[in-house]
Design a protein around this ligand. Structure first.
Ligand code: AMP
Ligand code: GLY
Length: 423
């Protein structure tokens, strides 16, 4: 089977690494890819957002399955156009991708399907929003409705901060994403991520993880795309996982199917585990980055077989996904300045030395210049390891980090702290 993988990050490197292990794979192409992905795929350049060009490439190269890594092309309707042309696609159509593309869309779906989530209201003007703030108490959460690269959420501690957040969003702080906003109740609890493969009708659990969103040790400083993750998330096992499927994932899938806009792909539920049970914070319609890296490290099933079953709507008859009982951890090495302006061009050495049995160095923001690997993005490497316990995985990951020479980089030394403290 010929497969085209779209995307350029550590998530896509982990997917390429796993897809390349499938006996069903004939040839893997990736666009735009990165030097890490190039070890497993032929890199090609299809212009971002060029749906016609993507279709032409697939026709010319006998592509059977297209795997769409990031959210933007999904929200933009690339999957619909590929499906219309008869290709198998891993990733949802435009309408169900609104689960990530519009926070208000998801909140309304939660109301309709009685899914537990924070109380909320939607607004299209600052005046109405200011007026409604009184009803929410403090802290209060203000969100830009649309895609804002993970940045469109402000937790306001005071009324002034809340009003400023509302005004900022309507003034265009997050561009078009803030033309509409959601105000919600602040939820207390611990956050965790739950993944499910969904083929329109059937949903199968596909692992759990916990991310570290803040840039600094002890979860301090500004939010990032994620500075490290581990899987599984022990707080999401057993009964709790069953509740998430029954109370959150399944009603979502049923409601979308009933509307005639079924969801197909991976559904990523960002959850708050509160005293009243699990509540949905947000949905993503693709794998998490860097959560995908730790999931792939533990996945024992054939990823290509599973993705094909999802795309064909045959998940019910497919072999259930199997994960190793092991734990996996990934430590993100980022370029100085991230999540602000990240320093580009920093030299990276030693990743081959760092990789080994049960250790992979996934590349996220790298480029090659005259044979040398350099940093080209904010999050640069995802040093990922597997071990019998989380402690063992952590030791292996940090040992590998220690073998990498990246003078312009930094990383958090406390990935997994919450879990290790509990242990
Ligand atoms: P989101 O982009 O919706 O995941 O929000 C980003 C982060 O903001 C989440 O990971 C949470 O840490 C936090 N957050 C979002 N909504 C809430 C909420 N209602 N209560 C508490 N924290 C929240
Ligand atoms: N790591 C968070 C995300 O992928 O959205």
């Amino acid at each position: 089977m010929n497969v085209l993988l779209l995307g350029a990050g550590g998530r896509e490197h982990a997917l390429a690494w796993k897809l390349a292990q499938s006996p069903r794979l004939t040839k893997l192409y990736a666009s735009p890819g990165n030097p890490g992905i190039a070890k497993h795929a032929e890199l090609v350049e299809i212009k971002d957002g060029d749906h016609r060009g993507t279709i032409d490439f697939c026709l010319k190269n006998s592509i059977e399955l297209v795997v769409i890594g990031p959210e933007a092309p999904l929200v933009d309707g690339l999957a619909d156009n590929l499906r219309t042309m008869g290709f198998l696609v891993f990733g949802p159509d435009k309408e169900p991708a609104r689960l990530e593309g519009s926070k208000g869309f998801t909140k309304d779906l939660c109301t309709e399907a009685k899914i537990p989530t924070a109380a909320y209201s939607r607004f299209t003007s600052a005046d109405a929003a200011h007026y409604a703030l009184k009803e929410f108490g403090l802290p209060v959460v203000i969100k830009a409705d649309g895609l804002a690269a993970g940045k469109g959420v402000i937790i306001a501690e005071t009324e002034e901060e809340a009003k400023a957040a509302v005004d900022g969003m309507f003034a265009g702080d997050f561009g078009k994403a803030g033309a509409e906003i959601v105000i919600e109740e602040f939820l207390e609890g611990e956050e965790a991520s739950f993944f499910a493969l969904v083929d329109g009708k059937t949903a199968l659990p596909f692992g759990t993880a916990q991310d570290h969103k803040r840039v600094g040790e002890g979860d301090t400083g500004p939010n990032t795309g994620g500075m490290g993750a581990y899987s599984p998330a022990p707080i999401l096992k057993g009964k709790m996982a069953k509740r998430v499927m029954k109370e959150i994932v399944e009603p979502t899938i049923k409601t979308l199917a009933k509307r005639g806009t079924p969801f197909s792909g991976v559904l990523y539920a960002g959850l708050m585990l509160t005293n009243d049970g699990p509540k949905l914070i947000e949905y993503n319609v693709r794998f998490g980055d860097p959560e995908c890296q730790v999931l792939m490290m533990r996945l024992e099933s054939d990823l290509l077989e599973l993705m094909t079953a999802v795309a064909e709507g045959k998940l019910k008859k497919a072999k259930k996904p199997e994960f190793a009982k092991d734990s996996a951890m990934t430590v993100v090495m980022a370029a100085e300045g991230y999540p602000g302006e990240a320093k580009k061009g920093g030299r990276i050495e030693g990743i081959d030395k760092a990789a080994g049995k049960n250790v992979e160095v996934f590349q996220a923001g790298t480029a090659e210049e005259k044979g040398t690997l350099i940093a080209s993005g904010g999050r640069v490497l995802n040093v990922t390891a597997r071990g019998k316990t989380l402690k063992a995985a952590r030791k292996a990951a940090y040992d590998a980090v220690g073998k990498i020479d990246f003078p312009d980089g930094f990383y958090r030394e406390d990935i997994g702290w919450r879990e290790l403290e509990r242990a």
